[in-house]
Design a protein around this ligand. Sequence first.
Ligand SMILES: C[S@@+](CC[C@H](N)C(=O)[O-])C[C@H]1O[C@@H](n2cnc3c(N)ncnc32)[C@H](O)[C@@H]1O
Length: 343
Amino acid sequence: MTWLGVTRMSFIEYQDIIQDGDTAIVYLGHDSMFPVTIQHGSQTQTKYGVMRHSTDLIGKKYGSKVTCSKGGWVYILYPTPELWTMNLPHRTQILYSTDISLITMMLELKPGSVVCESGTGSGSLSHAIIRTVAPTGHLYTVEFHQQRAEKAMEEFRQHKVDHLVTVKNQDVCKSGFGMSHIADAVFLDIPSPWEAIGHAKSALKVEGGRICSFSPCIEQVQRTCRALEGHGFTEINTLEILLRVHDVRTIRLQIPDLGKPLEDQASPASDANDAPKPMTYSQDACSIFKSGVPPRETVGHTGASTEPEKMFQLKAHFGTWTLSSDQYFLSDPWHVRSDLANM
Ligand SMILES: C[S@@+](CC[C@H](N)C(=O)[O-])C[C@H]1O[C@@H](n2cnc3c(N)ncnc32)[C@H](O)[C@@H]1O
């Protein structure tokens, strides 16, 4: 993409040099980052002092260590969908990268895929989908809250991915996605997904489309599963993904004293009548190991709440269906479901 003769930053193509108009991520540490729009003449305050965009940022390489006015330093990072998810302005609850990775895999998204999504929310998942389906695929995302739809479109333009996404401001349960039989995949993150299953089916391609609906409550999951079954979806699964981060610890273990090696012993036979001796350990000799220790407790949710005390149980469920003329088949082509035929 070109702008005034130079390549402009885009969330789907890496660019080396920080330029006026870019969205960059200011990295102060693993738990301390924020996004900034680079602008000639602007400045950004950090706890390490001020950064002047014209002199400290524009023209520098992404990944550079930038020293602020009080002497401390930060890194300026190129924005990826993962970094955006960690730093975006929240207008709603959002999906995080753990769930996004499972959703991307189970929906079999790839470059060229056509995807329908609702609701757009804060655009966290949308950015990841757009990066995956680029450069030839497309995301159609439906959001019934007007300001959220407008803000998402503005961000897609700013991030130079607007040619890969269409935002529609409508109620997906009433008006659907506004297309028929072209989507490879549909994703739902709305309070009443069961009301949108019929529209999702109409949007999906005639054979082999996949759908995923993400819900925090098991009652929502049950209603959606029933709706999926009723509309002829097959292979319906309910999945939960739990992230287990291992702490790396350094452990010192004493080395047991195993005696002399056999070849150094005068005569192995001389020890034959000796009773077994208790294991002894050398006082000084230790081996140092690195060990991965799993957490004692695993947080039972990975999305829908950023506050640990609000622990929702999250379920994502997936269904695939294939349709051939007037009959529905399971994905095993030998097995025709007679109860779904003629639906
Ligand atoms: C939890 S947020 C989605 C977050 C999004 N997945 C993300 O990662 O940023 C749910 C969104 O769905 C929208 N929504 C709820 N019901 C809807 C409907 N029937 N049609 C369209 N949008 C709807 C809400 O306005 C809200 O913005």
